[in-house]
Write a protein of this length. Sequence first.
Length: 178
Amino acid sequence: MIRLETDQVLEGKQIRLREPRRSEMEYIRSLWADPETMRDVGGPIDLDGKRASQWYTRMVDPGSEQDCYCLILLEDQPIGEVSSHRFDSETRGADLNIKIEAEHRGCGYATDALETFCRFFFRAGGERLTDRIAPDNVKGQRALLSFGFEHNSSDTEVFLVDMTRERFQRLYGDNGTQ
């Protein structure tokens, strides 16, 4: 299980990461519904009130042992999300998700959020983060490759990338301990 502790905040260089409060579900709904933000990741998602409540229960409170979801905050205002999903306790791997509001892209926030989240994930015992990027999401592919994820050609239906704990340690000088 790789989850933040209650009220835990992860500090990046420019951003902070923490679990959302129930009162912030409206922000998450608006983030997912924004056509520009969601264009490259499958399009907008309408998360109605009931589905939003069910999602919050499943992902945050009480949440699950396989998922870790964080808002990306800039000066206490959310500007996106980063999370891991479907953590496998045998392989110690999980799927990655990151979204930055369209208007906040290109400012280094995604890189800061990724470094902060990866450091937490690998220190907590994770071994591999994987992202399945849409083949036409070239910006997303370039961003994760630039960060240091490696392309894995084993899945030809998506652009699959991986980051291992060892690779993260080499690139970012983190020894992976608390």
